[in-house]
Design a protein around this ligand. Structure first.
Ligand code: HAM
Length: 429
């Protein structure tokens, strides 16, 4: 038996749960004020859903998907294979079509928060199971909506006090300008073919856009000299992009133009963006990313529906929060600790736990401990505001000792008065 988490996965311990909670609350707050409603899709879905959306020759589809099988099961039909979701957008789009959301008031605005799975070489910031949250806006093509999504990404970072964020923006055009972009890239990279990595030599023919997203250092260096994609856009896409930037300027959202930015997923059209940290500008470690995907719903056979969205990686955000030493203030309710000595006192202690917890007051005891000293030590470790001590004498007298841990003072009260006294001390009365 291997008693450790599988490679590329990790336990999210209470210390990190504080950060997760902090992020989730910010996401929910932003969702609420921007009118997004929550959706949860299955953790596994049919393989074809992802291959169609993300692209047959993308890293995710080629190397990173996990198949889900019942032990001993053989699946003959490729299309019926089940895959652990490597991202959410494909599932959200499936849900949009499956539940006839086109008939809902448009745009439909949905958000999510949950685990996704990608098989890659684990390293700092790259996991095999990680959490994503994201926002999808389906049923609107206006450039203002692209800017709203980017502005939402910015507001989120701001509300999490991640002051170090930069938003990189680009446009990769629509289906009609794609051949021009492809030709320009092919022309540029063909001249450098000798120094491209083996994968990119293959990509040059199949899909030169992928070269721009290559993780190989030499390929990345070349990419920085590649022709800007916006120069090759059709007039409509150029105008769309210009308007997106105008809306961003109007809203005073800081951004950097990144002329060779593409995304590792095939479904994007027009605007795409990534959020990176100034202290780590490598896009391989982006905090979040997204863009427009006007063709995806149609590609699945659904009604023609333009859409845009974005997603962030939660663990990467937690790392950034820690690195930037963002203080997370937890509104923790003061806790009561109940110490007991002897069997009868333990019964009284259990009753008192129920009584306090029933009133919504956090209370704990150490029922397996019998010595007063070790129990008081635990009360200190737990940072209890008040310790109630019930010993043999108190059981006989029908009293309890209430000790204010901060002031270091204690008093004896009748057992019927304990709740009232604690409430007064906590300012609840
Ligand atoms: P993505 O860029 O593939 O986009 O992933 C979004 C974020 O997930 C990344 O920016 C990163 O923070 C995090 N992430 C990706 N891979 C890993 C990993 N191996 N370990 C830890 N974190 C990771 C999407 O998934 C799109 N669905 C975004 C989107 C939504 N576009 C439109 N709507």
């Amino acid at each position: 038996m291997i008693l450790q988490t599988p490679r590329g996965t990790k336990d999210i311990l209470p210390e990190d749960q504080r950060y997760f909670k902090f992020i989730q609350e910010a996401v929910e707050r932003q969702a609420g004020i921007n009118g997004y409603e929550k959706i949860e899709t299955p953790i596994f879905e049919y393989q074809s859903l992802f291959t169609k959306a993300i692209g047959e020759d993308s890293d995710i589809v080629e190397k990173e998907m996990y198949e889900v099988k019942r032990l001993g099961e053989e699946r003959s039909d490729e299309k019926e294979k089940l895959i652990l979701r490597p991202e959410y957008t494909a599932g959200v789009v499936r849900a949009y079509i499956e539940h006839g959301m086109k008939a809902w008031p448009q745009p439909v605005q949905l958000y999510y928060f949950g685990p996704v799975f990608r098989y890659n070489r684990p390293q700092k910031g790259r996991l095999r199971e990680f959490w994503q949250f994201g926002f999808e806006l389906l049923g609107a093509d206006d450039p203002a909506t692209d800017a709203r999504i980017i502005s939402l990404a910015y507001s989120l970072c701001k509300s999490l006090h991640l002051a170090d964020c930069v938003i990189l923006v680009n446009s990769i055009g629509c289906r009609s300008c794609r051949p021009n972009l492809k030709a320009a890239l092919k022309d540029f990279f063909s001249k450098k073919k000798a120094v491209l990595c083996e994968d990119c030599k293959r990509r040059l023919e199949a899909n030169p856009f992928r070269i721009l997203d290559c993780k190989n250092k030499t390929c990345q260096k070349l990419t920085s000299q590649a022709p800007p994609l916006v120069d090759q856009l059709c007039l409509k896409c150029k105008d769309h992009f210009k308007q997106v930037l105008e809306f961003l300027d109007e809203a005073e959202i800081p951004y950097d133009l990144e002329p060779t930015l593409v995304r590792g997923l095939d479904y994007y059209t027009k605007t795409c963006f990534e959020v990176v940290l100034k202290s780590d500008l490598t896009r391989q470690n982006s905090l979040g990313g997204g863009g427009r995907y006007d063709e995806l719903i149609k590609l699945y056979g659904g009604p023609n529906t333009p859409a845009t969205g974005m997603a962030f990686g939660v663990e990467r955000m937690v790392d950034a929060l820690k690195k930037q030493k963002v203080q997370i203030k937890e509104a923790k309710k003061p806790q009561i600790f109940i110490a007991q000595l002897g069997e009868k006192a333990k019964k009284k202690a259990v009753n008192l736990l129920d009584l306090l917890q029933g009133e919504g007051i956090p209370a704990r005891a150490a029922l397996a401990k019998s010595g007063l000293r070790s129990q008081l030590k635990m009360a200190n470790t737990l940072d209890a505001a008040i310790t109630v001590i019930i010993g043999q004498r108190e059981v006989v007298d029908g009293t309890a000792i209430i000790r204010d841990m901060k002031e270091g003072v204690q008093e004896v009260v009748e057992q019927e008065e304990i709740l009232d006294r604690i409430k007064r001390k906590l300012g609840l009365k």
